[in-house]
Design a protein around this ligand. Structure first.
Ligand code: AMP
Length: 588
């Protein structure tokens, strides 16, 4: 497939922010794509080479790219750097520069998508001392044969600056339309994506085998499954209303969710956002295989830091000491953990996700042996409010956050948040003393002591229906100097030139960020707002919801993806809940 087709399509997509138009461009692109290239196209439009969980990073530095442009075009480095400084985007600068190229080159070889992809793949795989030279050779040979527009999109992918803001849902909409003629089939693709976490593979399957192929999608060992999520409830009464008269209550531990894939001694660990995390947990890799009584298995657990003397669970922050590249052995001894299993998704070659909760829990206890390090998450079948309250007390006393409530007869719904699992945190009860996990979408430069940092951040909820991030508040309190520095380090690389189309806000932020980072915030109240966009038009026409007196709690939720942030629904529930409390108080 000619690379120019992809480059032109990327160019069109980059100049629109409307989801419908993006979908239409994608449909047209997919229709022009041969079936054996479709997975590559799907990865490339997301600026990737493979699904995230394979951890393949391109990692080319700007300096190297500038040298490569210079080498292939004969234009001096200085001139390229000057052009780059004007707009801040090297891909764009390269188009401008190459259009005025002084050195004539003959287009020797047509650039195909396959060639670009294979070359990028080789670059990603290169390591070692001579790698920089080799990388440069590969890049300049591609650029040599590329038109200015093609070169621009090769560079953007290489540098990780291709930011079209295409959500996975939009890609699936377009695949459903292009290959089945019906957008409604998105749901079937969604299932396939939820069990495989690999959009390229979903694309290839629908292109080559149609919907039948999609319906046969199965869980594959060492291929992570998108996790099931929970809705929140504020009280035991509400839980009983939603769950009926008998359900499971489990401790809600405050650690890191880990998905374990195990066959013999081979163990792979995935975080909640499906990144590989074996390097932080050498103790899990070493010890857990001994506890498994099955040929192969996929399990879910919460890894929690503990006080070795008392056995008490310690908060999430303790565990974060393990997130380091060096001296991990030391961190493992200093911050011991237990692994607390709560689900089984696959066992002896078969999926378990369609089994009921009850059957899965039995299977889990059959195939995993408990010991000091590996535990089942404490669970109790509860029938009424006092039993929940009692179990909640135990849970809080053990150092956990509250309870997870789970329907006994329901399957595991990969990748979705629903009412089959509910979370009841201690502090959710009564008024909004509650914390929210919000996405950082924009920043405002600080003054005085905060000069050089982002003094105030613009935050958003996640709108599940629209797959967007509407603003809910600005937050400028609760930051220590240290946390301001830390946030700057994390946020600076996420600055984007164009506001990501999934961000919904009328604010004029100094900088826009790619919506990726999630932080925890508390507030005194939720109010109607003419300027913020969360739950817009939901409670009142032309108004959204906003947080009053928001404050950063100090918790950066690194384990959460933007789509795991508090949703509009959750904020609406809190808003209505606070009104109800006020109303009840007035009646008293
Ligand atoms: P939240 O992060 O507040 O949305 O709560 C969901 C998270 O709680 C999951 O992603 C898990 O990391 C964690 N968790 C703790 N205990 C459990 C449990 N018993 N079942 C499921 N998830 C749990």
């Amino acid at each position: 497939m000619e690379y120019s087709i992809l480059a032109e399509s990327l160019n069109k997509m980059e100049s629109t922010t409307k989801r419908l138009e993006l979908t239409q461009h994608l449909v047209e692109l997919f229709e022009k794509t041969p079936h054996d290239v479709i997975s590559k196209i799907v990865y490339l439009i997301q600026g990737k080479l493979r699904p995230d969980f394979e951890g393949i990073e391109l990692g080319v530095a700007e300096k190297l790219a500038i040298r490569a442009i210079s080498k292939s075009s004969g234009i001096p480095i200085k001139k390229i750097e000057d052009e780059y400084r004007k707009g801040g985007d090297l891909g764009h600068a390269s188009t401008v520069i190459l259009e005025q190229k002084t050195q004539t080159t003959f287009l020797v070889e047509d650039i195909t998508v396959e060639r670009v992809y294979d070359t990028l793949f080789k670059i990603a795989k290169l390591g070692g001392t001579r790698s920089q030279d080799m990388k440069m050779k590969y890049i300049s040979s591609l650029l040599n044969d590329a038109t200015p527009l093609e070169a621009s999109y090769i560079l953007k992918i290489l540098l990780g600056t291709l930011r079209l803001g295409i959500a996975e849902n939009t890609v699936m909409d377009a695949l459903a339309i292009a290959f089945s003629g019906n957008k409604e089939n998105r749901k079937k693709l969604q299932y396939a994506y939820n069990v495989s976490s690999d959009l390229g593979k979903v694309a290839e399957t629908i292109a080559t085998k149609g919907l039948e192929g999609i319906e046969e999608f199965e869980i594959i060992l060492f291929n992570p499954i998108r996790p099931m999520l929970a809705d929140r409830v504020k009280s035991e009464e509400e839980a009983i209303e939603k769950m009926g008269n008998e359900f499971a209550a489990e401790y809600k531990l405050d650690g890191e969710r880990v998905q374990l894939h195990i066959e013999g001694d081979k163990v792979e660990l995935f975080s909640r956002s499906l990144e590989r995390i074996e390097s932080y947990y050498p103790d899990i890799i070493e010890k857990i295989p001994k506890n498994i009584q099955a040929d192969n298995i996929i399990l879910e657990a919460e890894a929690v830091a503990i006080n070795e003397n008392t056995g008490e669970f310690l908060p999430f922050q303790e565990l974060m000491h393990r997130r380091r590249k060096y001296k991990i052995e030391k961190a493992v001894t200093e911050y011991p953990i237990t692994v607390n299993f709560f689900d089984i998704l696959y066992c002896n070659g078969k999926s378990c996700i369609d089994l009921s909760y009850k059957e899965r829990r039995e299977k889990l206890e059959k195939h995993v042996k408990e010991d000091e390090f590996a535990k089942y998450i404490p669970m109790k079948i509860v029938k009424n409010q006092s039993e929940i309250e009692d179990f909640m007390e135990n849970s809080i006393n053990a150092g956990s956050e509250g309870l997870m409530l789970k329907m006994l007869d329901k399957p595991y719904q990969a990748g979705s948040r629903g009412s089959h699992w509910l979370k009841l945190k201690r502090e959710y009860r009564n008024e909004l003393g509650d914390s929210l996990d919000l996405v950082v979408i924009g920043g405002f430069f600080g003054k005085g002591r905060r000069t050089g940092n982002y003094g105030t951040l613009l935050l958003a909820t996640y709108d599940e229906d629209e797959d967007t991030f509407p603003s809910i508040c600005k937050v400028g309190t609760g930051f220590s100097d240290e946390s301001l520095d830390q946030l700057y380090q994390i946020l600076h690389p996420k600055v984007s030139i164009k506001k990501n189309p999934r961000i919904i806000s009328d604010m004029e932020a100094d900088v826009w960020f790619e919506p990726e980072l999630v932080i925890e915030v508390v507030a005194s109240e939720i109010t109607l707002s003419p300027i913020h966009k969360a739950a817009f038009n939901e409670i009142r026409k032309d108004a959204g919801l906003a947080l009053r007196f928001p404050k950063f709690t100090g918790k950066i939720r690194v384990e959460k993806a933007a789509e795991d942030a508090s949703t509009n629904e959750e904020v609406i529930t809190l808003y209505k809940g606070q009104k109800k409390v006020a109303h009840d108080k007035n009646l008293m």
